[in-house]
Design a protein around this ligand. Sequence first.
Ligand code: NOJ
Length: 766
Amino acid sequence: MNVLKKYKTPLFFIGVLSVLWFFESSFSYKYEADSIISSDKKAEILLSKMTLEEKIGQMNQYNGFWDFTGPSPKSGDAEKKHQDLKNGLVGSMLNVRGVKDVMAVQKIAVEETRLGIPLIIGFDVIHGYKTISPIPIAEAASWDLEAIQKSAEMAALESSAAGINWTFAPMVDISRDARWGRVMEGAGEDPFLGSKIATARVKGFQGENLSLNFTIAACAKHFAAYGFSEGGRDYNTVDVGTSTLYNMVFPPFIAAKDAGVKTFMNSFNELNGIPATGNEYLQRDVLKEEWNYDGFVVSDWGSISEMIAHGYTKDGSHAAEIALIAGSDMDMESYLYLAHLKNLVDEDKVEIALIDDAVKRILKVKFELGLFDDPYKYCDLKREEEITGSKEINDAALDIAKKSIVLLKNEGNLLPLKKEGQHIAIIGALASDKTSPLGNWRLAADDDTAISVLEGMSKYKGNLISYSKGPDLTIGKTEFITQLKINTGDKSGFKEAITIAKEADIVLMVLGEHGFQSGEGRSRTDIGLPGVQQELLEEIFKVNKNIVLILNNGRPLAISWADENIPSIVEAWQLGTQSGNAIAEVLYGDYNPSGKLPMTFPRNVGQVPIYYNYKNTGRPNSPGPESVFWSHYNDEKNTPLYPFGYGLSYTTFNYGTIKITNSFDLDQKITVSVAITNIGKRKGKEVVQLYIRDKYASITRPVKELKGFELLELLPGEKKIVDFELTEKELGFYDNDGEWILEKGDFEIFIGGNSQTNNKTTLELK
Ligand code: NOJ
C-alpha cells in the first residue's frame, strides 16, 4: 500500500474546511474565505485585529513539557507556560510530539484564546522521525539527490502524522572541521554539493504544496557560519572574511531560499564580533533585503539571552531590543520577547512596524501550512498509527542507507564476502548495538530499534558466524541530554575477541563512535577510534590479518594505522533504523557501494581544518628535498588520508580524456565531456565529478572547486559519455562586496572520480 496516496488530503476538503472555519468562527478576524486572497493578505488582515500583546505572543516559542533539546528551563516554568498559552501569548511550541500531545496544546491555542490562532509545532526532524534514516553527513555521501529528497519526504510524512508541521532542518552549515560534533548534521565541506543537497531536502520536506497534511515547513539553519567555530569547539567564536562568507557559507542558504524554504534559524556563534542573533547585517541586510526573503527567522535555543554572555547586550531587555532590530522574528526559549517587547515599544526603543513585520511573516507561514483551514489536520490518531514505521518509510530508509556507505579500501578484494563456507568472526560492541546506529538527533525514535550489524549479517545463512562484543565502548547512560562516558581502561573483553578471531576466515570489526559522540555539544580534540578500540584492532590484527573494518561514526576519523594495515575499510557512519541490513547487503555484494566522501578525512587531527578547496599559498611546493621554507608540516604530509569525493566500488571505472567544444567564449556554449567505462565485472554506480581551477583572479581562488557531478550506473563493459555545460555560474565567484563576478583568464577543468583527479583540460576565457 502506498501510504502517501491514501492519506493525501483532497484539495476540495481543504476548501470546504476553510470556508467553514472562517464562517463558523466567531473570532473578530473573520473574513470571507477566498482562495484568491493570498496568505500575505490574510496575515495582514489578521494582524490588523491583534493587540500588541497578542502580536508579541506570536513571536514567542516555548519548549514543550516533556523533551528538552537545550539547557532545561527553570522549574516552575511549565505552569507559566500553560497560562501564557491560554492567554494567547504563545505562537509556537517545539518538542511537543505525537497526536495526543499536539492536539492538547493546539486545542488550548485554538479554543481558549481570544483569536484562536493555531500554533506552529516545531521539532528537530533531522534524519527521520520514528523511523531513522542515515545521519545527514552519511546521506550526503550518497550524492544521490533523488534519494535524499525522498528521505526528507518520508521524514515529513511520518512526523506530520505525529502532529508536527515544522522541522528545524535542513542544517546547511558548511564545515571543514571534523572536531566539530555537528558535522554529522550537515552535508560536509563543499558549498556546491551542500547547495544541491539543501535544495533536495527543502523540496522533500515541503513538497509541492505546503498546505497538504503530509508536508511540513523546513528551516535553513544556522544562519550563519556556525560551522566555522574556532578550534571546532561548539558555540565558539567565528571570525571569517567576506570571501569565505559569500563563497563558502552563504551558497547553501541561498539554495534553500531559492527552493522556497519557509523559515531560517539564526545561530549561537558570534560572527566577526557580532552574535548572529543580533546581527542586522546577516538577517536584515543580507537575508531579508539583498535576498528578498519573505519567510521568518527563529532564534536558536536561548540565543537571544545568550547575547548577554557574549558581552554584546547589557541585560534581557537590551537583548530583546537588539534581536528584534536585527531581524530575529521568533524567540526560542529565551522568554525575552514576551518579557520586554511591550515595554520597549512603550519606551520608543523599538518600532511597532518591526513587530508587525515579524508577526506577519509568522502568520503567513501558518496560513500557507493551512493551519487556519484545519488546525488539527496533522492530528489524526489512526493516520499516526498507520504511517508510523510503515513499510514505505522503512524501504526508503534502507535504500538511502545502502547508498550512503563508502568503501574506503579493499585490498586483495576481500570484499564482497563469499556467501558460503566461511567462518566470519564479528567483533565490537557497536556490532550488536541497536541504539548507536540511530545516531544523534533522533529524539522521537525508541532506543534499541535499529537493525544491528549482527542482525543484518545473520540474515545470510550460508556462513558460520561467531560474535564477541570485546570491550565495552561506553559506560553507563547513553542519552541525548548528558555527556557520554567512554570506556578507556577496561580490556576484559579482549581475550574472547582474540580467541574467536584466531579461528575465523574473516574478521569483521565494527568500531568507531557511539551515536551520541557527535552532534550538538559533542566536539572532540582526538578524532581517532575512541577508548580501547585502536588497541583492540591492533591485537586482533596480530592473530588474523583478514580484517574488514566497518566504521560507525558521525564525523571524519583519523585512522592512518588502519589505512596502512587493514585490507578492507568500509565507512558506514550511523545509518539509522535499517543500518545492519544495509551494511550486510554491501558486505555481501548485493549492493555495490557507490558513496563518495562529502568531507576530507585527515591523516591526523593536527591537519584539521583540512579541505579539498584550499588556497595554494605562495609556497606550495618544496624547493628541494631538505628545504623547510615552504608551506608544510615537518611531521606530516599536507595531503589527506582520503580526499573529498573519494570512494571505491567493487568494479572499476575508467575515465577518458576530456573533450571541450570551445575553450574561450562564454557567448557560445562551452560543453566539456568525458567518456566513462565500467572496466570491471560488476554493475556499479559512479559519481562523476567536475572541478574547476581559476588560475589567477582578483581574489585568489581555491586549487579546485566542485562545479558539477552526475551519478551514473554502468553495466560491466558499458561506456557512457557525460556532458557538463560551463556558464558564468560555474566560472564566476563572489567578490569582497558580495557581487558575483566573472573574470577572463585561464582555467583548468578536471573530471574524475574524486577531488584529487588529475584528468584535466584547460580553458582560456577571452
Ligand atoms: C539547538 C540547536 O542548535 C538547533 O539546531 C535546534 O534546532 C534547537 N536546539 C532546537 O532543538
